[in-house]
Write a protein that binds this ligand. Sequence first.
Ligand code: UD1
Length: 418
Amino acid sequence: MSCFIIEGGEKVKGEITVQGSKNGTLPLLSAVLLTQGKNVLYGCPQLSDVTSALKILTYLGCKTEHKNGTAVIDCTDAWRCDIPDFLMREMRSSVVFLGALLARFGKAELSAPGGCEIGLRPIDLHIEAMKALGAEVNESGGRIFFACPQGLHATRITLSFPSVGATENIILASCTAKGETVIVNAAREPEIIELAHFLNRCGAKIKGAGESVIYIEGTDKLYPCEHTVEQDRIAAVTFMAAAAVTGGEIFLNGLHQGLLMPVLEPFKESGCTVKADANGVHLIAPKRLRRIKTVRTMPYPGFPTDSQADFAVMASVAEGTSVIVENIFENRFKYIAELNKMGACARAEGRVAVIEGVKRLESARVEATDLRAGSALVAAALNARGSTVVDGVAYIDRGYESLEVQLKRLGAKIKRGV
Ligand code: UD1
């Protein structure tokens, strides 16, 4: 597995056009299954998770092509409705094929999905929702079989937690179900809005995406379309954090300020100046970051769990003590031990981390324990004195397009090693 070798101390400075969103793209790569003909996704990021999703589509019988940021997917000849174990294990998002497979074929077969090791990630909400829509579910030998011989039927589903993936699966499954499906306590993330927008352009009738109640009126048929993927709000925060911990300055070209709404206040609290206009978002770091009193991760529009590690790194070099409370996943502080190897003064117990800022981090050999922990450790290394090695880059490649190339353009001293 490759590593990043980072010489800390250079300011992260300059302009960047953030890649297309990973979490936005993956449900779209499932949505295309609802159509026959060629779909085109512009700004489709070159990520290993995207490659895994395209492999699933190819396995199902679709024609796929992904070159220079454009993915062309033709699902006309899709014929399989099962996803084998080895493809399911590659990423958590493989479960988001469930709704589309059921809608298209009236059956689906898969196993528990893989993904980052950040605690228990059950799929009970997905399964219960498919049952509510009329699917029969059976499990045997680690495989889960879904069937709806009479077709799915619209219903009202109240989620006990606004799960992003479950909301996406219900939307996908119900676009062509008979009648009106209502999702109560739906996830409100921008990726849900993007999925609904894409599907509506394909002919679906979805109202309320981005709000807690979503209405989906089933239609007979969806048509392929062309779509430009929204920029990645989570990657944007990583670049902002990298600028923040190096005393740098960054302009995020074309990024909508709205996408950063949940993180703007904490950035300001840390002493960063953040300005936004129609052309993008501009962040200027202070000489020394200030503590961010308490960050609590919450479903959107709360603070995103995926940006939690970036803020922990900022807190680790800020003046004063910061607290981070992780409310979404059970085990998302594994990187704290790695950060402490770099001289940070942080303690995590259960869902709470307390971080006392030090002036500057020190170099060390550290391990990316999951995707976002990995990119945050890279930001930490950019601050650190000396040469840091971040192992486990395969995790980072799941969500960042050649992170080292992008950071190098912004003045960082970083290279990929083996
Ligand atoms: C998505 C994002 C991920 C982000 C997360 C929360 C993608 C590809 N991934 O993941 O980056 O960190 O939202 O914003 O978009 N849960 C259950 N049962 C279920 C489903 C979920 O208990 O059936 C729990 C999970 O274990 C977790 C919480 O709900 O504790 C949030 O999960 P969910 O919103 O479903 O996240 P994902 O869709 O997996």
